[in-house]
Design a protein around this ligand. Structure first.
Ligand code: XMP
Length: 319
């Protein structure tokens, strides 16, 4: 009779057996998979685990603080916060091509991870939150069998490059089982139920050139949108929801003045696995209320649109 409690015990036994008294590095993204892996491994081997959290400056409002607080302060897991926003945003300056953005971020991510992980003495293992679906077909999130739609951000190849052996305690689990395991390990429900967030972060929700100004506006608008979704109890019905800031400014009127600010697009989809998706049928009332709130609360945005494209032919992210 298979239970999550039994899985947890067995996984802990196997991690101890594999790792012995050696040091393990875990790349923490703040997502559910790497978080569950980190907490499980920490339970197995305690301070032999060090997490490296690469902060590329493309995270959502307060996200970096929340990750650091949860892991370092709440779970007492040794955590290196690699705050490299200046590096990433500097290198991304002037780049508008989506693939070039993705490749730049992927390359820097590996450099930064290697740099910080290299400081951890005697590390022999790299922990990853790889799931069963990633094992059976290295998930490409592409739209067709042979065309690459997007260069997927991952750290494949890193273990060999760094001469590390892999620890992958979630290899046999599906997403819903990882959530159940996270629950079993005491991770907060609000954290376990979080929508997926892409590795390249807000970079791919900011079509055109990325600037600090645009990122700040985007973070605020996104926070208002998600707050609206939570207030209307829609969060758990939606696979993923976010704002994209558009590379276009439009004319508006506020009070008796003219405005010339950015337009943004709201995105929300339902999906089973992210491979196909339908846009979420919000009511007009919800959309109108959300638009009003964003324009009133977020300086820099004066127009809100709703993206009614399903996948295919659209993709979930804008880039
Ligand atoms: P698309 O935009 O391809 O996205 O329909 C499908 C799902 O994958 C996420 N996504 C990524 N996740 N690294 C990730 O870890 C990436 O480079 C990446 N690109 C897209 C996206 O958020 C959606 O859930």
């Amino acid at each position: 009779d298979w239970t999550m409690a039994a899985y947890r015990e067995e996984a802990i036994r196997l991690i101890r057996e594999q790792v012995g008294d050696k040091q393990v590095i875990c790349g923490l993204s703040g997502g559910v998979d790497s978080s569950v892996a980190a907490v499980l491994i920490h339970e197995a081997i305690g301070d032999q685990l060090t997490c490296v959290f690469v902060d590329h400056g493309l995270l959502r409002l307060n996200e970096a603080d929340e990750v650091v607080t949860m892991f370092r302060d709440h779970y007492n897991i040794p955590l290196i916060h690699a705050d490299e926003a200046d590096l990433f945003l500097g290198e991304l300056e002037g780049i508008s091509d989506p693939e070039e953005k993705r490749k730049t971020i992927g390359r820097l991510f590996i450099d930064v991870f290697q740099k910080y992980a290299g400081d951890i003495d005697g590390a022999e293992f790299l922990a990853q939150g790889t799931l069963y679906p990633d094992v059976i077909e290295s998930v490409s999130f592409s739209g067709g069998p042979s065309v690459t739609i997007k260069s997927h951000h991952n750290v494949g190849g890193l273990p060999e490059k760094m001469g590390l052996k892999l620890v992958e305690p979630l290899r046999e689990l599906f997403k819903d089982e990882v959530r159940a395991l996270g629950h079993e390990l005491g991770l907060p429900a609000s954290f376990i139920g979080r929508h997926p967030f892409p590795g390249p972060g807000l970079a791919i929700r900011c079509p055109g050139e990325i600037t600090r100004d645009k990122l700040e506006i985007l973070r605020k608008a996104d926070a208002v949108y998600i707050d609206q979704i939570r207030k209307h109890s829609l969060y758990d019905e939606i696979w993923q929801a976010f704002v994209a800031i558009l590379p276009v400014r439009t004319v508006g009127v506020m009070g008796d003045g003219r405005t010339y600010d950015y337009a943004c697009a709201l995105r929300a989809v339902t999906s089973v696995d992210g491979m196909t998706a339908d846009y979420y049928p919000f009511t007009h009332e919800f959309l109108g209320e959300t638009a009003t709130r964003i324009i009133n609360e977020v300086k820099g945005i004066n127009r809100v649109t709703y993206d009614v494209t399903s996948k295919p032919p659209g993709t979930i992210e804008w880039e």
